[in-house]
Write a protein that binds this ligand. Structure first.
Ligand SMILES: *[C@@H]1O[C@H](CO)[C@@H](O)[C@H](O)[C@H]1NC(C)=O
Ligand SMILES: *[C@@H]1O[C@H](CO)[C@@H](O)[C@H](O)[C@H]1NC(C)=O
Ligand SMILES: *[C@@H]1O[C@H](CO)[C@@H](O)[C@H](O)[C@H]1NC(C)=O
Ligand SMILES: *[C@@H]1O[C@H](CO)[C@@H](O)[C@H](O)[C@H]1NC(C)=O
Ligand SMILES: *[C@@H]1O[C@H](CO)[C@@H](O)[C@H](O)[C@H]1NC(C)=O
Length: 800
């Protein structure tokens, strides 16, 4: 087998269940321990087998462990906790980051854990190997921001190794880069006199030596190379004189250092923006457990530095050896006109209990150097808000892929973030002059006056009733632009996509479609817009731009006066396929896929597919379309082709509500949702002014409203919310036209009257909440157990 075959095979291995081989080497004790996990006839490896192997490593006091396996399920708690136990027992764990590059958001567990040294691969000319998985870690999104990974990179392409039979062969993969680092670690250990080893050597001090000694490569960004290429000599120098201390990784965030500091360096800070989150890792070489002594502090080195306001969140307990320190950065209002650099240090004091024979605790102050660029607040029309909050990914649930043609990657696990699989779109928007901010909180947590367009792409989440209501007001009365890129949703197809998971011994069925169309339809109902449940595929062109519609949905409701583009596509959904056969012959019906509408003071564009914006598995991009859409939604510029008279609808496109796609009744969505049976609250990724609130304060504040703010429905208090919900229905502004069609007349929409659309789940949810308060603790325990039972969902596989 050639090397390249190996590489391709390895890509397959993560998906298709194939033999898993776990090799643990304990070079330190000059003893080679090879543990081959023999495989069942089904060729699957189970979490429990790894637990056995890890227990063996702990019981035999191993020093270094190379692990060239991984998988996307970081919620496999028995596995993750066992890795914590390993490193807590002072075993230095080195692991391959995965071979799912060059796609972003593809880190594998356990290499994505902060207590593990995660290794990416480079070739001999110091380029990141295309196969090497890219950061950031995705545990933290949608509500926070991922950590920098890999930690370090090493040669991983065409590495000569010995064949089992005889002679040599060359190998490629992060599985090859990882043992290179494991070897470096073992050499480094040997420089520390044996008497001292126990005091100095641990997973944190070793990681400090590796990342501080690493050689930063000039091309790749920090989510590709981490600290850079492993450097044995430099790391040796650091370790030679090492005194136990804590440090922050990365230790510098420098906006002037592009592309290393991508994506931060691609967009300066400005006043009024959503906080920029930088999630750094605390490495504590002083002890397996440690604490932050007092809150971190910001020390600007110039006067302008006082314009920066930082909120810190950090680990309560730094264990094992590592924790996090997240910076939530905002420019204060007085900096709204400031343009320039801000520089300074964030310092934090960490302490650990005294080591054996010591009297006082160990403590050390560590610093993170910041060099930030600031611009005056851009005008509204240049600001785009990306909704991250309503995105759900794998794990914890079977969230299916967006393009059904991509059969070897069945799960939606790349994070759906501006800086993971939408990173090229992010760069494109920046190039086009837009400033893109991330909303990790509900739609009630932003001030629509500040943004030209709210961008909703590939969303799986439900919506709070308050969000539906506020968005309607934002669009109609505040002139917000709304751009929606949806995805397929077809229950028959979902049922067909189920598979038997060997780890959990159970059937897995997608909990929603590529996007949650029933939820999106609730959100868009106030505008008279709805998507259907077709799964459409085909090529089309608008204005000479060739595009592929890859498993997208169709538009089934759209108000008259709007512009709707339709193309003849084949419906490949399970339900559609049958119909296609029945009505054989001419079966390509014209399906509406793109709709544009002016409504009140705002503008709306909806498109049924997101594949053309998603860098993972993209067929053709539609950045040209996104630009034209944003021209319209943000700046009221109407492209002559998109708005040609031939596509203007005089009468509404209509489908009765009971024919719209409905939610799956057999899925308990609250297990995966941050909305269903949850409290509406603005989180730490919204502006500091609204943290911990429901966000209405911001809406009313500083705005000359004609009418008071909307009544707040508090889902946490069942009695009042039920009452208010039924009252609210009186405000329903739907109007029956001659055909009995329900849609909104534009005149009605100008009226600034609170209105709300009760979604199908709301009433049951409210009923459930009364119970929820009682049983909350019980449920938590159950959920935890459920996860444990679930084991490693899609499994863990070798990453050669
Ligand atoms: C690391 O693990 C991989 C596979 O799991 C194995 O091929 C490799 O030889 C190991 N190397 C070392 C030094 O342990
Ligand atoms: C930072 O990362 C840690 C570790 O994954 C996570 O627990 C925390 O929520 C993150 N913080 C933010 C603000 O993203
Ligand atoms: C703080 O920042 C300055 C540069 O502004 C740097 O020279 C200094 O070493 C930093 N202090 C610490 C404790 O890292
Ligand atoms: C749905 O899941 C939640 C949490 O996962 C659980 O508390 C609740 O009892 C479940 N509801 C039903 C109807 O099974
Ligand atoms: C209902 O709301 C009113 C005022 O908003 C409050 O005084 C009352 O305590 C609430 N009742 C319940 C049961 O929460």
């Amino acid at each position: 087998m050639t090397i390249l075959d190996m590489e391709h095979l390895s890509l397959e291995l993560l998906r298709v269940k194939m033999p898993s081989v776990l090799v643990l080497h304990q070079i330190l004790r000059f003893m080679l321990f090879v543990c081959l996990l023999m495989l069942s006839s089904l060729q699957v490896s189970y979490t429990s087998w790894f637990l056995d192997a890890f227990n063996y490593a702990i019981a035999t006091n191993m020093d270094v462990l190379n692990l060239s396996i991984g998988g996307p399920d970081y919620l496999d708690l028995p596995f993750v906790e066992k890795v914590w136990e390993l490193t807590a027992n002072n075993i230095i764990m080195v692991s391959a980051i995965g071979n799912d590059g060059p796609l972003y958001g593809t880190l594998n567990n356990p290499a994505d854990q902060s207590d593990v040294i995660g290794v990416g691969g480079i070739d001999y000319s110091d380029h990141i190997a295309s196969f090497s998985s890219r950061g950031m870690s995705t545990w933290e999104i949608p509500h926070g921001y991922g950590r920098v990974k890999p930690d370090i990179v090493a040669y991983g392409r065409e590495i000569m190794g010995s064949k089992i039979s005889t002679g040599c062969k060359s190998l490629s993969g992060t599985s090859v880069a990882s043992p290179v680092v494991a070897g470096v670690v073992c050499l480094l250990v040997s420089v520390i006199p044996e008497g001292n080893r126990k005091d100095i050597l641990n997973p944190a001090s070793m990681k400090q030596a590796l990342v501080e000694g690493a050689a930063k490569l000039s091309g790749p960004n920090m989510y590709e190379q981490g600290a850079g290429r492993v450097d044995l000599l430099e790391s040796y120098e650091i370790l030679k004189s090492y005194q136990p201390r804590a440090s922050i990784f990365p230790s510098i965030l420098d906006y002037t250092d592009c592309p290393y500091s991508w994506p931060f360096c691609r967009q300066p800070l400005y006043a009024g923006a959503m906080p920029i989150i930088f999630n750094a890792t605390i490495l504590n070489g002083m002890g397996v457990i440690g604490y932050v002594e007092s809150p971190p502090t910001w020390h600007p080195s110039n006067e302008e530095g006082n314009l920066l306001s930082i909120h810190f969140t950090y680990s309560d307990i730094i264990w094992p050896w590592t924790g996090y320190l997240a910076l939530h950065m905002q420019i204060k209002e007085e900096g709204a006109q400031f343009s320039g650099e801000i520089e300074g240090n964030v310092t934090v004091k960490i302490y650990s209990p005294p080591a054996q024979g010591e009297k006082g605790p160990r403590s050390s102050t560590c610093a993170l150097h910041l060099k930030l660029q600031v611009l005056p607040t851009p005008p509204r029309s240049k600001r785009v808000l990306w909704d991250q909050f309503h995105s759900i990914k794998y794990p914890p649930g079977y969230i299916p892929r967006d393009s059904l043609d991509v059969r070897n990657d069945i799960l939606d696990w790349h994070g759906d973030h501006l800086h993971t699989n939408f990173h090229i779109m992010f760069n494109m928007l920046r190039d086009a002059g837009y400033y893109v901010e991330t909303l990790g909180s509900p739609l009630t947590c932003f001030d629509a006056c500040q943004y030209g367009t709210l961008l909703l792409v590939d969303l799986e989440e439900e919506y709070f009733a308050e969000e539906i209501k506020k968005l309607r007001d934002d669009v109609i009365n505040t002139g917000l632009g709304l751009a929606v890129f949806a995805e397929w949703y077809n229950v028959d197809t979902m049922v067909k996509m189920r598979f038997f998971d060997d780890n959990t011994r159970s059937w897995w069925t997608p909990v929603t479609g590529g996007a949650n169309i029933p939820a999106l339809n609730d959100l868009l109902a106030p505008f008279g817009i709805a998507f259907g449940d077709k799964i459409l595929n085909g090529d089309f062109s608008i204005d000479g731009e060739q595009s592929r519609y890859a498993s997208g949905t169709d538009i089934v409701k759209f108000p008259g006066g709007g512009y709707v583009h339709s193309f003849p596509f084949l419906d490949s959904s399970e339900s559609g396929a049958t119909q296609n056969i029945l009505s054989s012959g001419m079966n390509k019906a014209d399906s509406p896929i793109l709709g544009l509408l002016e409504v009140g003071g705002g503008r709306i564009a909806v498109y049924g597919d997101s594949n053309c914006l998603d860098s993972s598995h993209m067929v053709t991009n539609c950045y040209w379309l996104l630009k034209k859409i944003l021209d319209f939604t943000s700046r009221s510029i109407k492209d002559p082709v998109l708005f040609s008279d031939s596509v203007r609808r005089d009468s509404p496109l209509y489908l009765d509500d009971n024919q719209l796609p409905s939610r799956r009744t057999d899925v308990n969505f609250s297990t995966y949702s941050a909305v269903v049976a949850k409290e509406l609250i603005c989180r730490s990724d919204s502006r500091f002014e609204v943290w911990g609130t429901k966000g209405y304060g911001l809406q009313v504040m500083g705005r000359n409203r004609r009418l008071p703010g909307f009544p707040v429905i508090d889902l946490g208090r069942s009695l009042n919310s039920t009452m208010e919900t039924s009252n609210m229905k009186q405000f329903n502004l739907t109007k029956e036209d001659d055909l009995g069609n329900k849609y909104f007349s534009l005149d009605d929409l100008q009226v600034d009257v609170p209105m709300m659309v009760a979604s199908h789940w709301l009433i049951p949810a409210i009923v459930a909440i009364s119970g929820l308060l009682l049983f909350l603790s019980f449920w938590r325990i159950r959920q935890k157990r459920r996860r444990r039972r679930k084991g490693s969902g899609s499994g863990r596989f070798v990453t050669p």
